[in-house]
Design a protein around this ligand. Structure first.
Ligand code: AP5
Length: 216
């Protein structure tokens, strides 16, 4: 499968992309994770990206498009990929068309996750992320067994700086302004499938499975 997971911050794109990529055997291409890794390792890209991320703003298109182009050249993409957090602007969507065309690839589906804003805010302000393996927790819905410690790898859990309430509200505004037009871009091309991002993680996975069934 070659799919895009689209939706507002906190809709569950990362949670579902990790599962889908493991199930389908393809690569999860998560631009947010790539940027956070660059910030953590202190690269020039990380230094540039940090101020946008901390403010809840989008990192400039050319930087992101370059990152995705490199990821698409990785051998694991031969089995497919899940784009998680990209494209987020019309310019990125058009650039993705070019990147795919250059590689002779076609998109199979775009899955849009719908979740009300109040729940998004609740999910993000109580999210904790493992510094080592990137696994997500929620203090109420899916807490770790031991506070502050990752069940999977024992790593330390942290609160993303852009998950502070004011920054989450800013990110939701940026989604409305810059990313909503991308939904219509794919709807017009008949690639869009909408799923409810509410319910348990398993229920959402089942909705994603149905939305990506071949021949649908
Ligand atoms: P990024 O990391 O991509 O953040 P995002 O899109 O805002 O998405 P999130 O990671 O916040 O949410 P998600 O939808 O993946 O949900 P998750 O599964 O984690 O981007 C961060 C920043 O990087 C951007 O603001 C921007 O600056 C920059 N950036 C990244 N890509 C860019 C691009 N293409 N262009 C320009 N800039 C870019 O789940 C959220 C929480 O909910 C977790 O706690 C989880 O445990 C919980 N949860 C998940 N599913 C459920 C469920 N079914 N029920 C209850 N809780 C659930």
């Amino acid at each position: 499968m070659r799919v895009i997971f689209l939706g507002p911050p906190g809709a569950g794109k990362g949670t579902q992309a990790r599962r889908a990529a493991a199930q389908w055997g393809g690569l999860q291409i998560a631009t947010g994770d790539m940027l956070r890794e660059a910030v953590a390792t202190g690269t020039e890209l990380g230094r540039q990206a940090k101020r946008y991320m901390d403010a809840g703003e989008l990192v400039p298109d050319d930087v992101i498009i370059g990152l995705v182009g490199e990821a698409l050249d990785r051998p694991e993409t031969r089995q497919g990929f899940v784009l998680d957090g990209f494209p987020r602007t019309l310019a990125q969507a058009e650039a993705l068309d070019r990147l795919l065309e250059e590689r002779g690839l076609k998109l199979d589906r775009v899955v849009l996750f719908r979740v009300p804003d109040a729940e998004l805010l609740d999910r993000l302000t109580a999210r904790r992320v493992c510094r080592e393996c990137g696994r997500n927790y929620h203090l109420k819905f899916s807490p770790p067994l031991r506070p502050g410690v990752c069940d999977a790898c024992g790593g330390t859990l942290y609160h993303r700086t852009d998950d502070e309430e004011a920054t989450v509200r800013r990110r939701l505004g940026v989604y409305d302004r810059d990313t909503r037009p991308v939904i219509d871009y794919y709807r017009r091309r008949g690639l869009l499938e909408e799923v409810s991002g509410e319910g348990t993680v398993d229920q959402v996975s089942e909705a994603v499975r149905r939305a990506t069934e071949p021949g649908r």
